[in-house]
Design a protein around this ligand. Structure first.
Ligand SMILES: [Zn+2]
Length: 119
């Protein structure tokens, strides 16, 4: 993974995102602070970007599933529903819109994987 050098437009995007997340990057630019404070703010913004990215990627994968899915035990096609739950990630908690199927024959829930779609 390469190290990103931000252009001015990207930096403005980061500043705007930090404003929304109440991470005071603009204030840090104007005050005398320790390097640790700069690093902590950068890390907080990075974690927030990581959480948002993971959440959107997981949503994209979840939405690839829409059809009934075969039960891994009996192969019966089972209706797909979505449940929202909080997942802990490396960057902190995210809200996950998780696809779930219930097999009435086996009386069990299973979690179909979008990565298996089309394989
Ligand atoms: Zn089954």
């Amino acid at each position: 993974m390469g190290r990103a050098k931000l252009n001015e437009q990207e930096w403005e995007t980061f500043l705007g995102l930090a404003d929304r997340l109440e991470i005071d990057l603009r204030g840090l630019l104007k005050r005398d602070v320790r390097f640790h404070d700069l690093e902590a703010a950068g890390h907080a913004l990075g974690r927030a970007v990581g959480q948002a990215t993971t959440e959107r990627l997981a949503l994209g994968h979840a939405e690839r599933l829409s059809e009934p899915q075969p039960c891994p035990t009996c192969a019966e096609l089972c209706p797909l529903i979505y449940r929202d739950r909080t997942l802990e990630t490396l960057d902190g908690p995210i809200e996950h819109h998780e696809p779930v199927c219930h097999c009435s024959a086996c009386r069990r829930d299973f979690f179909p994987s979008a990565s298996s779609v089309g394989t």
